[in-house]
Design a protein around this ligand. Structure first.
Ligand SMILES: [Zn+2]
Length: 363
């Protein structure tokens, strides 16, 4: 390729990204999508890989390509890797770091909800080499559409570890924030348009979120020029989460505790669970001015939303979010769902957004 050709390609690249980002109600998924059955056991979290070594490397790339194609066929505007190269949204990132011993395990309570055997922080944590950057470059080669890349947030990372070194949640979160910032800067350089931090822990540890959780998140995005997002949900549709949801009563007001400070933060986009949740929609007023990824797809049921149901959720959100700030999305990742169900849900998301987009432009 001559440099002239490269330039043309680069220009058309950024034009596509810019056009889609300007489009009203651009759709995306919040992160993980089901993996093909030849790569990992379906409908399970932390599912072990079915391939090894070189076969695993190329298998992950093929899965990433498939996942991208499924998103494109469903009409999704902002695409992702569907987290095809990772076993788990938090653990896989931590596995690549120094200072954490995965053999030395302790039982802790995750998000104050369920016991799990977790690895131990045994020394200073650091990132010796990039974690997802090569995957992001590979995805960038496959598409001209805007790319969103998910990373775990600092507070959710510390919540899945036993800390025998720093002995301070805040100190460990701060160290992780610095590491995430290194990774995020390299993802940005690889052509990622939106970097998202997954922080389900923000729905649980309100005092810590306000004391230092949001500050850590701002440390993680320091110096980034691309868009940044924080995803705060009530978790995957796994039993521990659905049982916890049952204890929350008819009104889920967790977001109320952290929205005021998030509204003041440097984060561009806030990604939330809405459809079928008991979150009072008027809480969105507390983050007015921010871009909002509105969860219009329930990931805790195999029932496929109708486009009209998606549209109804988006219309409710529009009372509190300006149209140009609204990004229709899924409530959470869909990794534990059957693959055909997840694809059908993405199609419903696209079709529902089309209905409301047409209403907005005909006004
Ligand atoms: Zn989620």
């Amino acid at each position: 390729m001559s440099s002239g050709q490269k330039l043309t390609r680069f220009n058309s690249f950024s034009e596509t990204v810019e056009n889609i980002m300007k489009k009203l109600l651009p759709t995306s998924s919040s992160g993980s999508l089901p993996k093909p059955t030849w790569l990992a056991e379906p409908e399970t979290l932390w599912s072990p890989w079915k391939l090894q070594n070189e076969e695993l490397v190329s298998g992950k790339q093929d899965a990433l390509r498939l996942s991208l194609q499924e998103q494109q066929h469903a009409g999704i505007d902002i695409v992702s890797d569907g987290e095809q190269t990772r076993q788990h949204f938090v653990t896989t990132f931590i596995e690549h770091l120094e200072g954490v011993d995965f053999e030395k395990r302790e039982t802790v309570k995750i998000r104050d909800r369920y016991d799990a055997s977790v690895p131990t922080v045994v020394g200073p944590v650091s990132r010796k080499k990039p974690v997802f950057v090569e995957d992001a470059k590979f995805l960038r080669q496959q598409t001209d559409q805007p790319i969103k890349w998910a990373l775990p947030g600092p507070m959710t990372m510390i919540d899945t570890l036993y800390d025998a070194h720093y002995k301070s949640r805040e100190k460990l979160a701060w160290e992780f924030a610095k590491i995430l910032n290194q990774e995020a800067k390299e993802l940005e350089a690889a052509g990622v348009d939106i970097i998202q931090f997954d922080e389900p822990a923000f729905n649980v540890f309100f005092d810590e979120v306000n004391d230092w959780g949001i500050a850590c998140l701002e440390r993680a995005i320091e110096g980034l020029k691309c868009e940044t997002a924080v995803h705060i949900c009530y978790g995957y549709g796994i039993k521990a989460n659905t049982d916890w949801k049952k204890t929350l009563g008819t009104e889920w007001r967790q977001y109320e505790q952290v929205f005021p400070k998030l509204q003041q933060s440097n984060i561009d986009i806030i990604s939330l669970e809405c459809h079928n949740s008991h979150v009072p929609i008027e809480l969105l007023e507390l983050i007015r001015g921010k871009k909002v990824m509105v969860g219009a797809i329930d990931v805790a049921t195999n029932d496929i939303e109708t486009p009209e149901e998606v549209a109804a959720t988006l219309r409710k959100a529009l009372e509190f979010v300006d149209a140009e700030h609204l990004y229709p999305c899924t409530n959470c990742g869909m990794a534990p769902l059957p693959r055909d169900i997840a694809t059908a849900k993405l199609k419903a998301l696209h079709a529902g957004a089309e209905i409301v987009r047409a209403e907005l432009t005909n006004e």
